[in-house]
Structures are given as C-alpha cells and as structure tokens.
Design a protein around this ligand. Structure first.
Ligand code: COA
Length: 171
C-alpha cells in the first residue's frame, strides 16, 4: 500500500457539505457532538431494536476516527451517514446510512454516500466497506449504484443471528 493517507477532519466534511446543495428546506452539515441526540432519535425511528448508540458516535468523533453528514429539516434530523476511517489499512467503513421514509427515493442517500467516497478518495484511502443485512434490498442496491460489490456473506453477523453481506468499493 503506497501513497499518503490523511485523516478526514470535521472541517473537511463541513466544507464538502457547504459545497453541496439539497432541495429546500433541507440543510446538510458535518456531524458534530451536538448532532448526536438528533441522529440517535432518527436511528431509533428506523431501527427501533438496534439503533446507533450515542456513546459509539461520541467515541469515534472524539478520537477523530470517523465522521459523517446529517440532513436536517428544521431541528429534526432526516438522514445521516456515519463512517469510520482506518489510516493504517487505508479503509473507510460505512457504519450507518439512514434516510427517513418520507425522504427516500430522492437521491439523498446517494448524495451522502458520494460525498464520503469523494472525500475518502481525496485523502488517500483505498477502499470503502460496508456490512448489510442480506434482505436489505434498498441498501444493497444503493451500495451497488455507488460502485460497491458484494464480496462475501458473513454468517450470524447481527445480534439476532441474521447474516450480512460484506461489500467493498475500491477508491
Ligand atoms: C437504503 C436507504 C438509505 C436508501 O436511501 P434513499 O435516499 O431512498 O436512496 P436514494 O434515493 O439515494 O437511491 C439511490 C439508489 O439506491 C437504490 N435504491 C434505493 N432505494 C431502493 C429500493 N427501495 N429498492 C431498490 N433500490 C433502491 C437505487 O438504485 C437508487 O438509484 P436510482 O434512484 O437511480 O434507481 C433507505 O432506504 C433507508 O434509510 N433504509 C433504512 C435504513 C437502512 O437500511 N440503512 C442501511 C443499513 S445501515
């Protein structure tokens, strides 16, 4: 693995967000500690049994090992993507991408994903990965549309024993 790989900071993500236009009244910004509560509320709405934990987001943001984007309509988070980055392996990992049902099918997830892919590429990362429940057609198709390929199945990946696909995209 040659070439320099640089940390993606909150301000790198904020700049990318500022350069992206979403339809009114949606507002896009880089995820900070202040957004954790709104993001957890959103994640809990979509995944009531297995939402993203605020403590996880806080730890990754505080340690500088990851970040993401959040879409607001007023005070309510409508969509977000959160990624972890490993400078050693030059890999990014999408830990969650979620859009509220009313906003789906409008290209929001693809926009969020492409921003993180472009940032990762520009910072010297070589791959992006994601683990998706094998029946989650929408997410699998979204990832394929963004250049990911299914690499293998991970048996009993989730707490309830459900398998996942491990997907990868070269950058
Ligand atoms: C998966 C999810 C994030 C997609 O968000 P979205 O904003 O509706 O997706 P987009 O509108 O950007 O769609 C981009 C591409 O994804 C694919 N896609 C999205 N929803 C799809 C669906 N229901 N069925 C099949 N393909 C779908 C399509 O290829 C689409 O491209 P196209 O419009 O050119 O055909 C959204 O359905 C969601 O939040 N699901 C619940 C949470 C979840 O499962 N997250 C992933 C696991 S962490």
């Amino acid at each position: 693995m040659s070439g320099e790989c640089k940390r993606i900071t909150g301000s790198d993500i904020a700049t990318a967000a500022q350069n992206t236009t979403l339809p009114n009244p949606l507002r896009l910004s880089a995820i900070t500690i202040d957004d954790i509560s709104a993001i957890c509320t959103l994640s809990k709405t979509v995944f009531p049994d297995n939402p993203t934990e605020g403590s996880y987001l806080k730890a990754i943001l505080t340690e500088g090992h990851g970040g993401g984007l959040v879409v607001y309509d007023g005070a309510q988070a409508q969509a977000f993507i959160f990624c972890e980055f490993n400078l050693k392996t030059k890999r990014g990992y999408i830990s969650e991408i979620t859009v509220l049902p009313d906003l789906r099918g409008k290209g929001v997830a693809r926009t969020l994903m492409n921003i993180m892919i472009d940032l990762s590429t520009a910072h010297g990362f070589k791959t992006m990965t994601s683990n998706i429940e094998i029946n989650n057609t929408a997410s699998i198709e979204l990832h394929k549309r963004c250049g990911f390929e299914i690499v293998k199945q991970l048996d009993e990946y989730f707490d309830d024993g459900a398998p996942a696909y491990y997907l990868k995209r070269s950058l």
